[in-house]
Write a protein of this length. Structure first.
Lengths: 287, 357, 624
């Protein structure tokens, strides 16, 4: 199973075909549309359109808000992951369930619910008023969009971080303490570096959807704040300039390519280490 | 006997309402190789972790070199641990792993380099400085873990089933290496294992534990030859452990037949257990011994034959250099000095035996 | 102490995660249709749900798609994971990279790329294409869950099984699968969840007449959600909780039964317990879906109707179906532009559509409509002559369209928050009301406001005039609280804003919910619009389409629709049937000639005009 080349190819070939048709070819079509104009002639204009003031501003704002959201998610998720991993109460199932459960309420409904919560006369301000506290004025601002992004994507940060934290052997932490490291040193020299893979995948899974969202900004930003996702969506659904939409999508895809390169590099590093290993467990016995 | 180094007094510890250690007292001396031996769940690892500072006892105190260290954090204790499954830092290479403790203590660079070199030489891993732990075999990782601990020059090295994950051959090699290391370093080793053979091979002093209690302490010879109860007897080596009745001093009724023995003071007609090692059961041709029996299995083991004999409704294990083929009709006899009579243990100990052994 | 802080922190995060959920559950019991107002406790949305075929249909589609795509993705994903382990390192890296694409790629790009593919390959969009899309983005989730645990499994187990004479599949099933089962299940659960929650990819790959819950909700988000959707979501949510609780109860019981002696076996039983729970859930879902959905029984005599959201009484559809035996496939669009985009993509997707004036002109010009067979629409006579007259601005011979609703665009305002007289668009530029103004999030309406304010034509193509309007709109931007479409209604009802540009049809409903609201058509003039029914050129069932239009022209049917949508009906006979005199003679619903005189209809601007407007609009929205 694990080593038989022929079987391996046989088993993976259906998916390879599937991926070719439904992942690679469609992406090729996006590229094709992105580099042609309405008459089908080659052009750079659609991709270059990102430099226009309106598009660049939308991209810049999307980058800013998604970076902020990613940082907030990380800052919220890491301590939570530590609490969950530390308390053990949490068999993996319960934790996973607890944080993917909200996804069973439709994403748009959940976001819409935030509108009800955050509005100037909304639930939160209502509560603040009862408590004689000053109200918040956050709806239709970038702040509301960040809240929406953090809310929707936080589970994608929590889960990988929690997984990588809980996969650290307790004794590795004990070993650090045993060797004289205090709590702070243990965290920065051992815990944090060991969870880097989880952090990287958490960042990817928050940053990319936050960067490209258009629904959250539409609902919570009152359509006043235009992100790059909104622009692309409008090109396809409103102005039906598919070529321009595809061209801007290509720009977005650049971020994904960068991401793939980075994770492929990480994967390579790991593999090379394994390669240097003599030959499994027998190596030790011979010494 | 050398100077006392560690003393545990009245240690109790429970997890989730389950009592793991119950009022445990233990003294460990300088430069000893002490083994905590027992089945899983007996409390040996918890004891080790309390010494290491990874668990706080619910009650009782821990003394180190006369000082109370019960509340002292692990990183401030003068001992180091080799963990089960090695617990190496997988994001650091071998040298960085070994240097970890020294860097924390801000030792100078040259000193650290020298120590890494020394430690790797000691564990036979020269030239492995820049390998990642993931690329090492189990045995090699184990050596790195040991090197990482000993560069800190601890007074005591705690080893938590360090060989558990290795295969048999490697385990035997490592046993001798550990003895060598201990002798070269001249420090105290506290070793936790459930493998009685490991314990007998390496230790100066064995502490047999079960269900949170110390069952027996002593040298390997004491423990093997004179088990104090059925649990120890059963846990250390193969034994015939038989329910019997002490008829009076120096006479015990085993399976309906009276045997002469050397034990006294159990009272008259008291239920007891007797332990008879397989090598102490003698087989003689029918009519020459005490109980008649029939050989059901016989296997050649090199030095001796291992046989099973059905007699008086009990499967006797017998080791002998003289072969009786399966199916032979024989008699059994036992030298009175080889019958070890013990008090019948508490019922929970019996249960512990049934499950864990 | 430390654990108290930890608990508090976890509590806050959980509150953050579940506050919106709670809000939705509360809303499902709100007797007011408006999200913004609490109208008392009610169960009626739950009761209505049972009869709401469009919602139940969407639910059935959602569940069937999720279930089939999960099963397919789980099988393909698991098999591929096993295969991948034996591939060369480079091919494995490449394949994993490709696999990651749908997961890390923006949904919108994935959706668009698949849409382009289906279009070029002439796939009929609908159930099949959505299913393919879901399988495609679900596979990575399964592989992500399975691969790590497959790495930890000792291949010797499998080889040992082979050695003992087991056939490969049997060996895999018996030796590897049991250890793999928990992660396969975890992957499947994740895939199922993602499938349920997805809307962007579904939105771009679904065809006409096919909706999942998400796309249905998306259509409604901008208009204001039907409370039945809240009810349904609450039910789904509670069902999932119950299911999980049941499965963990089973697990717990098995654990305590086996406690101690056979821990290992108990561990394996857990996954079996979960498997049973999951199987039961799947069966339940399928039965539920088949019961409500009826998706497997497609009749031949179908009519595809495309209308704006909440723009028709659902009961009317049922009556039409009962009377004619024609099955109506009813779809809703969010904006005319989106409707048009859809029709460009697939011009035979719908038989009968209800667009507005300028869009009808555009469609006529582009040859997308067919002339009506007036003999089959005798009830057209019920439509008032003045509306037929007005229609000629976009349908010169009244041959393509039959008016359905009409109205004006004006300012809806809250008397308690606005002291000044509302008779000019200027008030929307008054700094006094900064942050209290809701603008229309639609190109033509927004520009209409700015153009009319300066006295220009609302159909101008003069770049200079448009430039001025754009500047004005950008200047107005800081004062605007939000650009919304039909959400304006809910926000005004809830007192969120003081002034909103709205359609007159929303006014009756809004006033009903909040009596402080008033409506005014500014003196500079405004837009008067007519939404009319048209039949598409490529309609597959034109006769049914004519019957449909005729049916809607019946006075009692038109009245039902008026009661439901509250937009003014051009059906004179129906208007006479309105019982409430205040409504029948409402200035808002039936403005006098003085008002109508200063209002114009939109006309089609041509492709260049459209482009000009949309580029200007982009500038407004981004404020540059």
């Amino acid at each position: 199973m694990f080593n038989n080349k022929k079987t391996s190819r046989l088993l993976s070939s259906p998916y390879i075909v599937w991926a070719l048709i439904f992942i690679i070819v469609p992406l090729g079509m996006v590229v094709y549309y992105g580099f042609t104009d309405k008459s089908g002639a080659f052009t750079f204009e659609n991709v270059a359109a990102i430099t226009s003031l309106v598009h660049a501003k939308a991209l810049g704002l999307a980058l800013l808000l998604s970076v902020i959201s990613t940082i907030v998610c990380f800052v919220l998720a890491y301590p939570l992951g530590m609490i969950l991993a530390h308390n053990k109460m949490s068999n993996q199932g319960i934790v996973t369930t607890l944080f993917i459960l909200p996804m069973w309420m439709n994403f748009l409904l959940r976001t819409l619910a935030w509108l009800t919560l955050l509005e100037n006369k909304g639930v939160i301000n209502g509560i603040l008023e009862v408590l004689h506290l000053p109200g918040i004025n956050v709806i239709n601002t970038s702040g509301a969009i960040v809240i929406g992004m953090v809310y929707n994507f936080l589970p994608f940060m929590i889960l990988p971080i929690y997984n990588s934290l809980s996969s650290i052997d307790d004794n590795v932490i004990n070993a650090a303490r045993d060797l004289g490291a205090d709590a702070r040193q243990t965290f920065f020299k051992v815990t944090l570096p060991l969870t880097v893979p989880g952090i990287v995948s958490g960042i990817t899974m928050v940053f990319i959807p936050a960067l490209t969202t258009f629904a959250i900004s539409t609902i919570l930003g009152g359509s006043k704040i235009l992100l790059i996702g909104n622009i692309i969506e409008q090109e396809f659904t409103l102005t039906y300039d598919w070529n321009l939409g595809a061209g801007l999508s290509i720009v977005l895809m650049l971020f994904i390519v960068v991401n793939m390169v980075v994770s492929a590099m990480a994967d390579n590093g790991e593999e090379q280490d394994k390669k240097r290993m003599p030959s499994g467990r027998s190596g030790g016995a011979s010494e | 006997m050398s100077k006392e180094l560690i003393r545990l007094e009245h240690i109790s510890k429970s997890f989730d309402g389950e009592l793991i250690l119950d009022d445990l007292d233990l003294v460990i001396h300088e430069n000893e190789f002490v083994t905590l031996l027992g089945p899983s769940g007996c409390g040996k690892t918890t004891t080790l972790r309390i010494i290491g500072g990874f668990e706080k006892p619910d009650s009782g105190r821990v003394f180190f070199d006369g000082m109370d260290i019960t509340g002292l954090a692990a990183n401030r204790r003068q001992l180091n641990t080799v963990f089960q499954k090695y617990a190496l830092f997988t994001h650091m290479d071998v040298a960085e792993n070994i240097a970890f403790g020294l860097k924390i203590k801000n030792k100078p660079r040259d000193y650290i380099e020298e120590k890494i070199h020394y430690a790797l030489k000691l564990v036979n891993l020269e030239g492995y400085e820049h390998r990642m732990p993931g690329s090492l075999s189990g045995g090699q990782q184990q050596r790195v873990a040991i090197a990482r601990a000993i560069v800190n020059e601890p007074k005591v090295l705690l080893l938590d089933e360090p060989l558990g994950a290795l295969d048999l051959k490697l385990r035997q090699d490592m046993q001798y290496e550990l003895i060598r290391l201990k002798n070269e370093l001249g420090i105290t080793f506290i070793y936790v294992t459930h493998d009685q053979e490991e314990a007998l091979t390496m230790s100066d002093h064995i502490v047999v534990m079960n269900q949170g209690y110390i069952q027996q302490e002593g040298t390997p010879e004491d423990i093997y030859n004179e088990p104090e109860n059925a649990f120890v007897a059963d846990f250390i080596g193969d034994s015939n452990i038989i329910r019997a009745t002490m008829v009076r001093d120096e006479l015990v009724n085993i399976l309906g037949t009276d045997f002469v023995c050397v034990d006294k003071g159990f009272g008259e007609n008291k239920p007891v257990d007797v332990v008879i090692r397989p090598e102490d059961v003698e087989l003689v041709p029918r009519g020459q011994g005490i109980i008649p029996g029939k050989v059901t299995h016989a296997i050649f083991k090199g030095v001796h034959y291992e046989m099973e004999v059905e007699a008086s409704g009990y499967e006797w294990q017998v080791d002998s250099t003289r072969l009786f083929e399966a199916g032979s009709e024989v008699d059994i006899q036992v030298d009175p000095f080889n019958i070890q009579v013990m008090n019948r243990p508490e019922s929970e100990d019996e249960e512990a035996m049934a499950i864990d052994v | 102490m430390r654990s108290k802080i930890e608990k508090l922190y976890m509590g806050i995060i959980l509150l953050f995660m579940y506050a919106p959920i709670l809000t939705l559950i509360v809303l499902s019991f709100n007797s007011s249709k408006s999200r913004a107002r609490w109208g008392g406790f009610t169960f009626k949305w739950y009761i209505n749900l049972v009869h709401d075929n469009s919602v139940l249909n969407a639910l059935a589609n959602t569940l069937i798609i999720a279930l089939i795509s999960t099963i397919a993705a789980t099988i393909i994903g698991t098999i591929t994971c096993v295969g991948i382990m034996g591939l060369k390192r480079r091919s494995r890296t490449v394949l994993m990279g490709v696999t990651n694409i749908p997961m890390i790629n923006a949904d919108i790009v994935t959706g668009i790329s698949l849409m382009l593919l289906f279009k070029v390959m002439h796939f009929e969009t609908g159930f099949g294409t959505v299913l393919i899309a879901h399988i495609t983005f679900n596979i990575p989730y399964v592989m992500l869950a399975v691969l790590p645990s497959l790495r930890t499994i000792n291949p010797n187990i499998y080889e040992a099984a082979l050695d003992l004479g087991a056939k490969p599949f049997y060996a895999f099933r018996k030796s590897v699968l049991p250890d793999l089962a928990p992660s396969v299940l975890a992957g499947a659960l994740m895939a199922f969840t993602m499938s349920i929650d997805d809307f962007i990819i579904t939105y771009f790959t679904k065809g006409s007449g096919f909706d999942t819950l998400s796309t249905k909700i998306y259509n409604e988000v901008k208009r204001g959600i039907q409370p039945e959707i809240y009810a349904l979501s609450s039910i789904i949510f509670l069902a999932v909780i119950l299911l999980l609780a049941a499965s963990s109860y089973i697990k717990h019981r098995q654990n305590s039964l086996k406690k101690g002696k056979y821990l290992y076996k108990a561990d394996r039983k857990i996954s079996r317990g979960q498997a049973v729970a999951l199987a039961a859930a799947s069966a339940f879902i399928v039965i539920l879906a088949m019961y409500f959905g009826g998706v497997f029984t497609r009749k031949n005599n179908q009519l595809f109707v495309y209308n704006a959201g909440e723009y028709l009484d659902p009961e009317v559809i049922e009556m039409f179906e009962a009377e004619t035996g024609i099955e109506v496939v009813y779809d809703e669009f969010e904006t005319l532009e989106i409707m048009y985009a859809k029709m460009v993509q697939d011009d035979g997707a719908y038989d009968v559509i209800c667009p507005s004036d300028y869009m009808i002109a555009k469609m006529i010009e582009n040859g997308m409509l067919q002339e009506l067979d007036l003999d089959q629409i005798p009830n057209r006579k019920n439509i008032g002559e003045q509306y037929m007259e007005a229609s000629r601005s976009f349908d010169p011979d009244n041959t393509y369209s039959v008016p359905y609703c009409w109205g004006t665009v004006g300012i809806l305002y809250n008397k308690t928050m606005v002291d000044d007289p509302v008779n000019s668009w200027d008030i929307l530029w008054d700094e006094k009301y900064s942050g209290q103004i809701l603008m229309q999030d639609s190109i033509r309406d927004a520009f209409m406001v700015a153009l009319k304010r300066r006295g220009f034509s609302l159909n101008t193509k003069d770049p200079g005039e448009l430039e001025l309007a754009t500047e004005d709109l950008i200047a107005q931007r800081p004062l605007v609280q939000a650009y919304v479409i039909d959400q304006a209604r809910d926000k005004m009802i809830g007192g969120e804003a003081a002034l909103a540009v709205t359609y007159s049809g929303e006014v009756l409903y809004a006033q009903n919910e909040n009596p402080d609201l008033e409506y005014s058509v500014p003196d500079e003039g405004s837009n008067v619009w007519i939404d009319s029914w048209v039949v598409t050129k490529k309609a597959k069932n034109p006769e049914a389409a004519m019957k449909w239009i005729d049916f809607l022209c019946r006075p009692e049917i038109a009245l039902m629709n008026f009661d439901f949508v509250t937009y003014s009906t051009p059906n004179t006979k129906a208007r006479e049937l309105i019982e409430d005199e205040n409504v029948r003679n409402s200035e808002v619903a039936y403005p006098g000639n003085d008002i109508l005189k200063r209002c114009d209809a939109y006309s089609y601007l041509g492709e260049d005009g459209d482009l000009l407007y949309s580029n200007m609009w982009k500038k407004v929205k981004s404020g540059i």
